[in-house]
Design a protein around this ligand. Structure first.
Ligand SMILES: Cc1ncc(COP(=O)(O)O)c(C=O)c1O
Length: 387
């Protein structure tokens, strides 16, 4: 008898971890695998948390986050999107991933259908599976101008019995970002069919043609069954802090509070003071960080364009480049080989579900010399690579 539930036992490990396990054992391997910058959290954020820690803020605290942080979040959302969000709809969570888990626990019943727009970061889909959802993946269309939403395909997939639709914008790994009209169409469809919409906006500030990506908060009313999740990890270089937030439909604050109580019993108060500094004083850092990502993106695009076997797919959001390599069909085997032989860690497209199987993902939120060195290694590996 197995002591583990069948659905958990049969769940595959993330292929990203398969490559990571190899890469970490290779001395000098340059990792562009994980979705995080290689700079530490800025000092003004660390200082705010350090001061709070020094001042002894080490106790249990509010499940939905300390009131000053929720107030800072409301101010931030108003400044970025011009929206007024009631405090009762806000919750600080122990990461963006934790917000996803809470929403899955709150909404998904065993056997429910969930539709996910892919290619997608695998963890969110696995959280839905853990909650008992049967997932239907709807891939973005890939054409000469890059990724685009196949609205008709999403509408077809959202058949009767569908409980939840997951859309990440800007998306990981594709960088695809939803346009207002597309978001309006999805919202209208989910309203009409009684489907919950889970919008993942953790890359909302990592865009190259605007101050922030379009948000479902701009069009959803408090009564809509729309959850928006976000994270401190990406925009403020706080991935190791494990902090995020969610905006829920109105009337759910008790439910969310209860779920946080029974999952993590709330976050660390001293870290939450760092998060207040990020939201209130973080604009210069965000601008500088996006500038660094833009420079990284340019390096990677220029270098990939010069590699005859590689073709990059242009995107305008997040900090990932996706590319194919002529002749590569098994991206997991290819990424393992790159880690061992070329000493670079890249993420295999097969990890991201339908639409990305033949692609490779590279995180360019890194310093220029590291990216140049990684691209040198990739270039010489591909030049030697068997036909
Ligand atoms: C699309 C997407 N959603 C959610 C997350 C979760 O972010 P975190 O758990 O670090 O807050 C990530 C992290 O990579 C992501 O790429």
């Amino acid at each position: 008898m197995s002591i583990v539930r069948d659905s958990i036992e049969s769940m595959p490990d993330s292929p990203i971890l398969d490559v990571w396990r190899i890469a970490r054992g290779v001395p000098g391997c340059l990792s562009l695998l994980a979705g995080e910058p290689d700079v530490p959290t800025p000092k003004f954020i660390r200082d705010a948390a350090t001061n709070a820690l020094e001042n002894g803020l080490t106790f249990y605290t509010h499940n939905r986050g300390i009131p000053p942080l929720r107030a800072a979040l409301a101010r931030y959302l108003h400044r970025i999107y011009g929206v007024e969000i009631d405090d009762e709809r806000l919750a600080i969570t122990s990461s963006g991933m934790s917000a996803v888990q809470l929403i899955c626990q709150a909404t998904i019943r065993p056997g429910d259908r969930a539709v996910a727009i892919t290619p997608s970061w695998p963890n969110v889909l696995r959280a839905m599976t853990i909650s008992g959802a049967k997932i239907e993946e709807v891939p973005l269309a890939l054409g000469a101008n890059g990724w685009s939403l196949d609205l008709a395909a999403v509408e077809r997939a959202c058949a009767p019995g569908t409980r939840l639709l997951y859309v990440a914008s800007p998306a990981n790994p594709t960088g695809w970002a939803i346009a207002r009209e597309e978001a309006e169409a999805l919202l209208a469809m989910t309203r009409e069919r009684g489907i919950i919409l889970l919008a993942d906006e953790v890359y909302h500030r990592i865009v190259y043609d605007a101050n922030a990506a379009f948000s479902f908060l701009e069009i959803a009313t408090p009564d809509d069954a729309v959850f928006v999740i976000n994270s401190f990890s990406k925009s403020w270089a706080m991935s190791g802090w494990r902090m995020g937030w969610m905006v829920s439909p109105q009337g759910l604050s008790q439910t969310i509070e209860k779920l946080i109580q029974f999952n993590t019993s709330g976050g660390q108060e001293f870290l939450q003071h760092g998060a207040i500094a990020a939201l209130d004083q973080g604009e210069d850092f965000v601008a500088e960080f996006v500038g660094r990502c833009r420079a990284g993106r340019e390096i990677v695009s220029r270098r990939l364009a010069a590699m005859p076997r590689a073709s990059e797919i242009a995107t305008n959001g997040s900090f990932y480049a996706m590319f194919s390599v002529a002749g590569v069909t098994d991206t997991l085997a290819f990424c393992k080989e790159l880690a061992l032989e070329a000493r670079i860690g890249l993420a295999p497209g097969v990890a991201f579900g339908k639409g990305a199987e033949k692609l490779v993902r590279l995180c360019y939120a890194k310093t220029a010399p590291m990216l140049e060195e990684a691209m040198d290694r990739l270039e010489s590996h591909l030049a030697r690579w068997r036909l």
